[in-house]
Design a protein around this ligand. Sequence first.
Ligand code: A3P
Length: 279
Amino acid sequence: MAFPKCGSTWMQEILWNMIHNPNFDNPQAKTPILLRAPDISQDMLHDGEEIDNMEVSAFEALFRKVVPEKDPKDGMFLEILNKMEGRRVFKSHLPLCLMTPGLLDKAKVVYVARNPKDVLVSFYHYGRVLKLYKFSGTLDEYINDCMKDDVVYMPFWPYVKQAWQQRHHPNMLFVFYEDMKADIMKELRRVNTFIGTNLTKQQLENIAKYTSFSAMKSRGDPLDTPENKTELHQDEPVLIRKGQVGDWKNFFSPELDAKVNKWIEENTKDTDITFNYGN
Ligand code: A3P
């Protein structure tokens, strides 16, 4: 689970491979990650007809194959998950309060958090490139809309605060994107213990390599199809963009930084979570 742009695709790939492909011999690995580990929150973007401006043919083909008795208009992603067998990996871009009550009693949750400044920059790029959002304004305008909770998936704070409150729950593993960037082996060892996969040091090293930014980028961005992107941004990546800590410094003016700092300050008064913004 994660707010969008916090590294959820990276974690999806890590979890699926640790569980289903620790020796890299599972032929399913070639299927796009979004089909191997469905994002059930995508169903909320469904307006009853189609996902606006989204290329969903791959999902629809899978849905029609595995759930022929149901209508895709009533939602596809949760249904696809319902039909999956064995140990399932799935993603949700919803806060805990919008998930099934008692989720943590039934499932293991790996929550990925990231510093909000890098999230906003990454989200802005996503909003410009993806036809689904088609945002054509400036970064300042996008961030203002985000801070007013006027962008889909916002508000940001309940996600991270609700998960942070549950961080000691035995079925919750709270991970920071910045810690994954700083020492991926350390975080993989935590995941290994948490999900009980018992992978060896060598297997974890292989997973680290296979899910590195460059390796994932070279295998292809799962949403990067011409149909998904606005005409102006056909050459830009969608999900696997830069993968750095502190990229916000390349984009924030001092005025924007002051505004965002105020927003962060106001929203973190009642929590002891702190973020790494990159030095
Ligand atoms: P940037 O836009 O800052 O580059 P999500 O998958 O939750 O939407 O998050 C997307 C962010 O995670 C993007 O951040 C993307 O580049 C980064 N990301 C994806 N795969 C990664 C990887 N293997 N290593 C590091 N960062 C990765």
